[in-house]
Design a protein around this ligand. Structure first.
Ligand code: DQA
Length: 148
C-alpha cells in the first residue's frame, strides 16, 4: 500500500528545537526510520515537511489522485489552528492518524484543542520520536485489515 507521512511547521528544526520537549532526534532520522519500517512491511512511503499550510493542503489533495491509502500526520501548530488542512483531509476521505511527539494535553491550554482528532482514525501522542513508530505500526495494522 501507499502511505504518506506529513510533518507540519517547525518540525524541520527537530533535534535543536526545544529538545527538552521534542527530544534530540532529527527529522531526517525520523524519516529514515519511517521509511525502513514501511519497507519492511512491504509498503511504500512518501514524506513531506512544510512550514506552509498551503503546501500541506496541496499535498493532501494530490494524495487522492495518487491512490494514497493512508496518511500519518503531525500537523504541529496547525493542529490547533487549521480548519483548512482539516477540510482537506475530510475532502479526500483518506484514513489518517494524528500524532504528536509531546502530549499536548499536558501542556498549555491552547494545545488541548485539535481540529483533527475527531476525524482521525486514532491519535498517538507523548512518546517523542517513538510516537512516529507507534503511529506507523498502527497504520500498517489498519491496512492489513482493509479489504484490497
Ligand atoms: C506538536 C505539538 C504542537 O502543539 C506543537 O505546535 C508542535 C509539535 C508535537 O509533535 O508535539 O509544533 O505537534
Amino acid at each position: 500500500a501507499r502511505l504518506l507521512l506529513l510533518h507540519g511547521p517547525n518540525l524541520n528544526l527537530l533535534g535543536t528545537r526545544e529538545p527538552q520537549i521534542y527530544g534530540a532526534t532529527t527529522l531526517v532520522q525520523i524519516d529514515e526510520a519511517a521509511l525502513a519500517q514501511c519497507e519492511a512491511a512491504g509498503h511504500q512511503l512518501q514524506t513531506l515537511q512544510s512550514n506552509s499550510e498551503a503546501a500541506l493542503i496541496d499535498r493532501v489533495q494530490a494524495a487522492a489522485g495518487e491512490g494514497v491509502d493512508y496518511i500519518v500526520i503531525n500537523p504541529a501548530a496547525f493542529t490547533h489552528t487549521s480548519v483548512a488542512l482539516r477540510d482537506a483531509l475530510a475532502a479526500v476521505a483518506i484514513p489518517f492518524i494524528e500524532l504528536h511527539l509531546s502530549n499536548p494535553h499536558a501542556r498549555e491550554e491552547f494545545r488541548r484543542r485539535s481540529y483533527f482528532s475527531d476525524l482521525a482514525q486514532g491519535v498517538v501522542c507523548g512518546f517523542g520520536a517513538h510516537s512516529y513508530t507507534l503511529a506507523l505500526q498502527a497504520a500498517i495494522h489498519q491496512l492489513s485489515l482493509a479489504p484490497s
